[in-house]
Design a protein around this ligand. Structure first.
Ligand SMILES: Nc1nc2c(c(=O)[nH]1)N[C@H]1C(S)=C(S)[C@@H](COP(=O)(O)OP(=O)(O)OC[C@H]3O[C@@H](n4cnc5c(N)ncnc54)[C@H](O)[C@@H]3O)O[C@H]1N2
Ligand code: MOO
Length: 425
């Protein structure tokens, strides 16, 4: 069954100008993905050292309080502030020396002090740590000139987290910051979603490996290295990277095999309306279900999404910038939903660093670079004068995509537009 929904809402406005009634808005395509793609089954327990980039399947709670004991925040001397009677200065005996990792057996009494180092456990009987720069040491004594406030330079047990508190929720992708919080909570291992099996099929008889010999009408393949780079993520297992044969029967066999071994099959090219665009016919011959085909965006209009037997399918256009942009727009949320990752809102407003004149019709996603802030503190972006679906040379300088509304043919310098930063890879 094919579900090509009529466009019923305004969204970015891109439906209003396109001749094809089948083009969806970005919002409608996102809603469809959100509605039908669900988390893959399977979790595994892995040690924290191998968890970078994986998605939590269970929350992480602290195993004990942090810090686990009162400890010194500075190198200096620990003593009891209550022992300083009358007016100073006071002279104290240095009765112990405590390094980080050591426990002092003695309990300080009266005018006794312990030399202590940052991170060391504060001994019994002390309620302050005075920095060594603020005392005068002579042999086995120190001279204290000013009265310290109780608690000075002591990091209290549990001040960062109590035992049993939830440090990270299910669905969090573990970056270095999240891993730091897990380690502080004592989580030596975590339960994560299993890796997503992804297959990549790049079509086009005209493409040859970058740098290889090519015939007169051939071009170098951008999509394979670009998408392999994007997909090289810890929560993804790239099960196949293949070049497609430009025929319906050839693709039928290739896609059938890929779909049998993957959760998600990504194809590039071969999805437009030409006689040599065989992906959709092959997919339908396999009993595939096309959920949408065509979104009112530029670049990337033919982007398509559906299901082939047990796998999801994302059909990216062949033009490399179109493939890149449509991966950012649709591939990223599909992977997030399949791996159970909680999506974060990263879209924000920026202002244009130059005026834009353009042909209205489809919502345009234009690569843009963040270059600083204007006099009102608004972030400013710059960009090329036009978007070409086959050009990727400017991508390395860009930080994300600006959304130019479908109906707009002119934007002055300083116009407020939406900006979506690129995903990290
Ligand atoms: N009659 C129409 N023709 C086209 C339409 C249309 O609506 N009516 N849409 C155009 C748009 S928009 C796009 S985008 C492309 C998308 O076509 P496909 O997704 O079927 O892609 P291909 O035709 O296979 O390739 C398009 C273009 O990209 C080059 N290419 C393909 N793969 C690679 C690769 N791996 N590395 C570098 N370059 C690649 C390919 O040589 C073509 O130039 O269709 C328009 N046509
Ligand atoms: O959608 Mo195509 O990417 O406009 O050239």
């Amino acid at each position: 069954m094919s579900i090509l929904q009529p466009v019923t809402r305004t969204g970015c406005g891109c439906e209003g100008h396109d001749t094809s009634k089948k083009l969806m808005t970005i919002d409608a395509a996102h809603d469809l993905i959100g509605h039908c793609v669900t988390i893959v089954d399977g979790t595994e327990d892995i040690c924290l050292g191998k968890a970078l980039g994986r998605v939590l399947a269970d929350p992480v709670s602290s195993r004990s309080m942090s810090p686990p004991f009162d400890n010194a925040a500075m190198d200096g001397f620990a003593f009891s502030s209550a022992a300083l009677r009358g007016d100073g200065p006071w002279v104290l005996d240095v009765a112990a020396r405590i390094q980080a990792g050591q426990c002092s057996a003695m309990s300080l009494v009266d005018l006794q002090a312990a030399q202590i180092f940052t991170g060391a456990k504060v001994p019994e009987g002390a309620d302050v740590v005075m920095m060594q720069e603020e005392v005068k040491r002579t042999g086995k004594t120190i001279r204290v000139a000013t009265r310290p406030t109780p608690g000075l330079n002591i990091r209290r047990a549990g001040s960062e987290m109590e035992a049993g508190v939830t440090v990270l929720e299910t669905g969090r992708r573990l970056d270095a910051r999240a891993i730091a919080a897990c380690a502080a909570a004592g989580a030596g291992s975590v339960t994560v979603r299993r890796r997503l099996r992804v297959a990549l099929l790049v079509t086009g008889n005209e493409i040859r490996t970058a740098g290889a010999l090519r015939a007169e009408a051939q071009i170098w393949d951008v999509n394979t290295p670009m998408l392999t780079g994007i997909l090289t993520q810890p929560q993804i297992d790239i099960v196949a990277v293949e070049q497609g044969i430009d025929s319906r029967d050839g693709l039928f066999l290739q896609i059938a095999e890929l779909a049998a071994n993957a959760d998600l099959v990504i194809t590039t090219g071969g999805i437009s309306v030409g006689e040599e665009d065989h992906i959709k016919p092959a997919l339908l011959a396999l009993g595939g279900d096309i959920q949408f085909s065509g979104v009112a965006i530029k670049p990337g209009k033919p982007v398509s999404f559906g299901r082939i037997r047990g796998a999801w399918w994302l059909g990216l256009p062949g033009n490399p910038l179109s493939a890149f942009v449509t991966w950012q727009l649709f591939g990223t949320p599909i992977v997030a939903r399949l791996t159970g990752e909680t999506e974060r809102v990263t879209r924000r407003h920026v202002v244009t660093g130059a005026a834009i004149s353009r042909k209205p019709g489809r919502c345009e996603l234009r690569p843009a670079r963040c270059v600083g802030f204007d006099g009102q503190g608004r972030e400013v972006v710059t960009f090329y004068a036009e978007t070409h679906s086959g050009h990727v040379r400017g991508l390395p300088e860009a930080d994300g995509l600006i959304f130019l509304p479908a109906d707009c043919d002119f934007l002055p310098e300083g116009a407020l537009v939406e900006f979506q930063p690129f995903c990290p890879n």
